[in-house]
Design a protein around this ligand. Structure first.
Ligand SMILES: [Zn+2]
Length: 90
């Protein structure tokens, strides 16, 4: 299904210009085990519905940003620049 995403720098563009970075998650902090790292890196919730995701505009500004999208309909509600502590980490 084709849809459009509004890059915070470039404006509304077709989805094929972007790379999907996965659902945005908070990076674990502190002294965590290898098992906890593995959970964070490889186990995704695969949400059916609204989630905040990381996207990369590979065809133009080469910038990562966050998009609030419904995975069922591909409706994009909002996009905004990413700040370092919000990085998807994977
Ligand atoms: Zn862009």
């Amino acid at each position: 299904m084709s849809f459009q995403i509004e890059c915070p720098n470039c404006g509304l563009r077709p989805v094929w210009e972007f790379s999907y970075g996965g659902a945005s998650r908070k990076r674990p902090e502190g002294d965590i085990t290898e098992r906890q790292w593995a959970e964070y890196l490889y186990n995704r919730a695969n949400i059916c519905g609204e989630q905040v995701e990381s996207w990369y505009h590979r065809s133009a500004c080469k910038t990562w940003f966050l998009a609030h999208r419904d995975t069922r309909t591909n409706q994009v509600f909002e996009t905004r620049p990413i700040v370092p502590q919000e990085a998807a980490g994977g």
